[in-house]
Design a protein around this ligand. Structure first.
Ligand code: ATP
Length: 275
């Protein structure tokens, strides 16, 4: 039985090719996934099983997408949740949820007749912050301890191999116990995209949109330094809305330029509101 707190993304095939840029991160992830895919060989060599990969980088850069693609690549069931889902006032609830998450992964894999599962925890810093640093620290500590217990137990279940992928923007906040060998011993950086990355992301998100002949995506990629993948997706979406408003059957370059300004403005206003 899956509890409501676990947002399960069904394995609608999602591939690394559906992610723009992030070539280094993709390569590093694929290499790490070989340990999961070739678990038998790895075991035979007496190599410690890979249990956790930590994706670090700013919001909206594709960390969730990378975890989904990792599941697709290794033919694993995929469960996604967020660190904040484990935080409850009541003692023991967070720890129980952590146990439930791993149990659900095993059950789901067996049900789908797969022998691998990838669990993705976004914002791991919320649940994996340094112990003793929270005001209601006992409850946080119990939850984190349970996560460590579950991770230590991984690799011994012959039936289902579980890999934990977690994401954070603040790896410095994590309890050092999480980063010890045998836990999250691989870190993959997922940075803001460079010009080529932005171009690839824009192209991906324009794939199913009607573009006018005057559109030059390169110009938009050049002019969007500092944008994340999520911002760029937003640009293409806004441009389509502007075209619709203009009663234009195609998205023109002016729509894309205006959309860039809109996203910049929205970001500035958003920052002001939150500061
Ligand atoms: P957060 O830390 O805020 O959860 P994240 O790094 O997990 O962010 P995602 O949820 O993977 O980011 O990305 C958000 C959305 O941004 C995606 O659904 C996608 O539309 C777009 N996006 C981000 N990065 C890319 C990318 N590299 N290629 C294509 N689309 C991207």
């Amino acid at each position: 039985k899956l509890d409501s707190y676990q947002k399960v993304i069904q394995n609608k095939a999602f591939h690394f090719e559906d992610i723009g840029g992030q070539e280094t991160a993709k390569q590093e992830l694929k290499e790490a996934l070989e340990f999961l895919i070739k678990a038998d060989k790895v075991n035979r060599m007496g190599i410690r099983p890979l249990k956790g990969i930590l994706l670090t980088g700013p919001p909206g850069t594709g960390k969730t997408l990378l975890a989904r693609a990792a599941a697709g690549y290794s033919d694993a069931v995929f469960l996604a949740t967020s660190g904040s889902e484990f935080i409850e006032m009541y003692a023991g609830v967070g720890a129980q949820r952590v146990r439930g998450l791993f149990q659900s992964a095993r059950e789901m894999a067996k049900k789908q007749k797969k022998n691998r599962a990838i669990i993705f925890i976004d914002e791991i810093d919320v649940l994996g912050g340094k112990r003793g640093s929270h005001s209601s620290h006992l409850e946080y500590d119990q939850t984190l301890n349970q996560l460590l217990v579950e991770m230590d137990g991984l690799g011994y279940d012959q039936e289902v191999q579980i890999l934990l992928i977690a994401a954070t923007n603040r790896p410095d906040l994590l309890d050092p116990a999480l980063l010890r060998p045998g836990r999250f011993d691989r870190q993959v950086k997922v940075d803001l995209p460079d010009k080529e990355g932005r171009l690839a992301i824009l192209k991906l998100h324009c794939r199913n949109k009607p573009l006018a002949d005057d559109v030059c995506i390169e110009e938009i990629a050049n002019g969007t330094f500092g944008f994340s993948g999520a911002h760029l997706e937003n640009v293409t979406n806004e441009a389509a809305i502007l075209a619709l408003r203009d009663k234009s059957p195609f998205i023109k370059q002016t729509h894309l330029r205006e959309a860039v300004d809109k996203v910049i403005l929205g970001e500035k206003l958003g920052n002001r509101a939150s500061s």
